[in-house]
Write a protein that binds this ligand. Structure first.
Ligand code: ZN
Length: 646
């Protein structure tokens, strides 16, 4: 782990214009820099970088972040990799931090497993190419299936001898720890002896994003065997099945280039397609896709094309995970390979060009495909058909409406047609599912799980117009964000003779629950702690916060176009007042607007309560409360210069 001190050193040298300018051609426009967005295709620049705020925002695709976020997004680095890249760029020497004993132990195990896996990978590859049995059985089998040596070398394919413990003996002789050897899944303990687990099998190493071996898939050669076709590494410190996409290390650049990820079932499909020059391909192992896998794909592209053989049992499994793909805003297509072929055999038969052509012309939309399959299943059964309608509506409801509004409308139209039902009816049903989901999410983000749902995600959800309370909640958040922004930007400035803006605002928020958004509350509390320790916290302390949820939120609440540009100012006689000059007004009015919102909400709740039956005493209380709130509202409106807020 990198020491905090080193991180601070790196952060202090960051020049966002220099960093992003290394990847994107930037032009100065006022106080900001603009360029063509590297994350989406555009002809006129909407990608904005603010050197003052150290953030970038694209007004076309909505991506935003700080320098580290940019490197993570653009170069697909992890947080630590981005820091190391910056350290190298700015010649900062990296000091490693002492980790906790648990973390250290886990790292130790992981390191040992990497070393063992590397050793095993080289051993098996050596057997395949240089051992007599390896050549006669393993290599000849692979060559018969049409694999050329260079592709086997590239994917580091190997062979495990058909002997009890050939590998185990080799590994023990090389002094590898027996316990870790078992943990790696390469050997098993039988009668106190370590035996090879992958005897007589072809070995496919599985690589992580930086090309290190994290596990293996071992394929049987003899087809009459009753043993399983594949044995995979058991879950351990390195091998976490739900996060693995086989081949992703070799596919990264091609996926980026083609802006499409092809997904197939097996290891050999990946190898065959690579050999044919189709490199933007990964394999899932035939199980349903997990959220982690979908996010991994989304790091590179929004377009996922699933290629399965027509009668594969894997199709249904693959479809199962795909509702989640919609929530991740992935565009999913499906291609079925005809005539009992699989991608591996089909690309061999027709060649790369025809294969690509086939994929391009036979892409089916996954929602429509799913609907066709279910409709065929339901046939004339009306109750089954009703279930299909519900299922389709729920699927469509998962499309992120804020981002893909027209897509959702398109689906409703096409599905209504296929189902032979009224479009309006399906529309209503879809909206019902959306409302239910938002209500559930609101509940979750209000009650618990602060880390799971970032404020950004919640606020991007469409808010149904007929739901008054949700509407109010949503608008409150804008005020809350404004409040926290004021604190971060102006906290260290003087408020009055008693203290700073931070003193004033922190007191205002001391014992009320004025802020609903749990993430914003976390920023507020973190600020309070830093401030109490005597620090002068600023935007940057949170912009580069170690918790990515907080840092993303801070980026989101900063507005790059807020500043009046310096050039602009020079053209005027005298000086225009800037936000800096007017900070007191901004702080006060932001606070008042927030209070006003809360009062309006309390009044709405009170009003609703009044509609219920009450004793006369309760009735009187409620009316008094209403009057009290009304007075407060009037007072605030007066301060705000009688601006009427909607
Ligand atoms: Zn963009």
């Amino acid at each position: 782990m990198i020491a905090q001190q080193t991180i601070q050193q790196i952060l202090s040298r960051i020049d966002i214009i220099e960093i992003i300018g290394g990847f994107v051609k930037l032009k100065k426009r006022g106080a900001n820099y603009m360029g063509l967005c590297p994350f989406h295709n555009e002809k006129s620049p909407s990608f904005t970088v603010s050197p003052a705020k150290e953030i970038y925002k694209c007004f076309g695709c909505g991506r935003s972040g700080n320098s580290i976020g940019f490197l993570m997004e653009h170069e697909k680095y992890s947080y630590v990799e981005a820091l190391r890249w910056l350290a190298a760029k700015y010649n900062v020497e990296i000091e490693e931090k002492e980790a906790s004993p648990e973390v250290r132990l886990q790292q130790q195990v992981a390191d040992s497993l990497y070393i063992i896996n590397g050793f095993a990978q080289r051993y098996f590859a050596d057997i395949l190419f240089n051992n007599e049995q390896g050549q006669d059985i393993g290599l000849s089998y692979l060559r018969e299936r049409g694999f050329r040596d260079e592709i086997l070398h590239k994917f580091q394919v190997g062979y495990c001898l058909e002997q009890r413990d050939a590998f185990a003996r080799e590994a023990l002789a090389a002094q590898y720890n027996p316990e870790y050897l078992q943990r790696s899944g390469l050997v098993v303990l039988r009668d106190e002896k370590l035996l090879d687990n992958y005897r007589g099998r072809i070995i496919f190493p599985v690589h992580n994003q930086s090309g290190k071996t994290i596990g293996f898939g071992a394929r049987i050669i003899k087809s009459n065997d009753r043993a399983p076709k594949y044995i995979n590494t058991p879950e351990n410190e390195l091998y976490v099945k739900s996060r693995i996409l086989y081949g992703s290390y070799f596919a990264r650049q091609a996926i980026d280039k083609h802006d499409e990820c092809l997904l197939v079932e097996g290891y050999t499909d990946v190898l065959s397609l690579h050999q044919a020059g189709i490199e933007n391909v990964v394999a899932s192992g035939g199980t349903s896709l997990t959220v982690d896998q979908l996010r991994l794909i989304k790091k590179y592209t929004n377009h996922l094309t699933i290629i399965y053989d027509g009668d594969s049992a894997g199709i249904k499994a693959a479809l199962r995970g795909l509702d989640m793909a919609l929530e991740e805003s992935l565009d999913v297509k499906l291609v079925l390979i005809p005539d009992r072929e699989d991608p591996d055999s089909y690309v061999r038969k027709v060649g790369a060009a025809a294969f690509r052509d086939f994929v391009d012309t036979h892409k089916k939309d996954f929602i429509l495909f799913q609907l066709e399959v279910s409709l065929k299943d339901a046939a004339n059964d009306t109750s089954k058909k009703a279930a299909v309608v519900n299922q389709v509506a729920e699927t469509i409801a998962r499309i992120n409406k804020a981002e893909d509004f027209t897509k959702q409308q398109d689906y409703i139209r096409q599905c209504a047609e296929l189902l032979r039902i009224e479009e309006a009816g399906l529309h209503t049903l879809v909206n019902k599912f959306i409302r239910e989901r938002i209500a559930k999410q609101e509940n979750r983000s209000r009650n618990a799980e602060p880390a799971d749902l970032s404020a950004e995600q919640t606020s991007q959800q469409a808010i149904p117009e007929d739901d008054e309370t949700l509407n109010l909640l949503h608008k409150d958040e804008q005020q809350e964000r404004g409040m926290v922004r004021s604190l971060l930007e102006f906290g260290n400035k003087i408020w009055d003779e008693h203290g700073s803006v931070a003193d004033f605002l922190l007191a205002e928020f001391s014992d009320t629950d004025m802020i609903d958004n749990k993430q914003l509350v976390r920023i507020l509390e973190a600020y309070r702690t830093l401030y109490a320790e005597g620090a002068e916290p600023g935007v940057k302390d949170f912009l580069y916060h170690e918790d990515p949820v907080l840092s993303a939120l801070v980026v989101a609440i900063m507005d790059v176009n807020y500043e009046i540009s310096h050039n602009w100012k020079e053209h005027f006689e005298g000086r225009l007042p800037t936000r800096e000059d007017l900070y007191k007004e901004e702080v006060q009015s932001t606070l008042n607007y927030l209070k006003l919102r809360k009062i309006k909400r309390m009044m709405a709740v009170n009003q609703k309560d009044l509609e219920n039956p009450h004793t006369s005493e309760e009735q009187l209380m409620l009316i008094r409360t209403h009057q009290h709130l009304k007075n407060l509202e009037r007072e605030l409106l007066h301060h705000l210069g009688t601006v009427i807020v909607k």
